[in-house]
Design a protein around this ligand. Structure first.
Ligand code: NI
Length: 167
């Protein structure tokens, strides 16, 4: 396993739309293992392949308290959503920035697991919001894009300044 580099907002590669995964082979399994190591080390509760510059429809999520319940969603589709929930979100691609985002309160997602089998999952609470956040990454969307233009500009400037300081 290896830790991967996480793209930082506003890196334009984060705006890439991910392609469907065809065959779930050992390369995908290795990528999931590497992504899990990267997410747990960060530490974070979710990671999309987009964020490690792999533009395929793959997300991983672990919202369990002990970080021992890794969920893998390949080619995830939202097949149902209802309600409105607001929660403060953060993102490993936008470190140090947290803000409130509205999302559906309950969702049903259909996806394939690492075994290639299709499954459906009903999710609400933190898990539901986290899945929606990660699925957005596959569409090339970062959570800050839900915020006001003024806030987005401030965040972009902050991130660029930080990038210059670390180079
Ligand atoms: Ni994110």
């Amino acid at each position: 396993m290896a830790k991967l580099d996480i793209l930082r907002y506003p890196d334009p590669r984060l705006y890439t739309r991910a392609k469907r995964v065809g065959i779930i082979d050992e390369r995908i399994q290795r990528l999931v293992a590497d992504m899990a190591e990267t997410m747990y080390a960060a530490p974070g509760i979710g990671l999309a392949a987009t964020q490690v510059d792999r533009h395929i429809q793959l997300i991983i999520v672990d919202t369990s308290e002990n970080q021992n319940d890794l969920r893998v969603f390949i080619n995830p589709e939202l097949i149902f959503s209802e309600g409105d929930a607001e929660r403060e979100e953060g993102c490993l691609s936008v470190p140090g920035i947290y803000d409130k985002v509205h999302r559906a309160e309950r969702i049903r997602v259909r996806a394939q697991g690492l075994d290639g089998k299709t499954f459906e999952l009903d999710a609400d609470g933190l898990l539901g919001l986290c899945i929606q956040h990660e699925m957005d990454h596959l569409l090339g969307k970062v959570f800050v894009q839900y915020l006001s233009p003024l806030k987005q500009t401030r965040i972009r400037n902050k991130m660029k300044k930080r990038l210059r300081e670390t180079m």
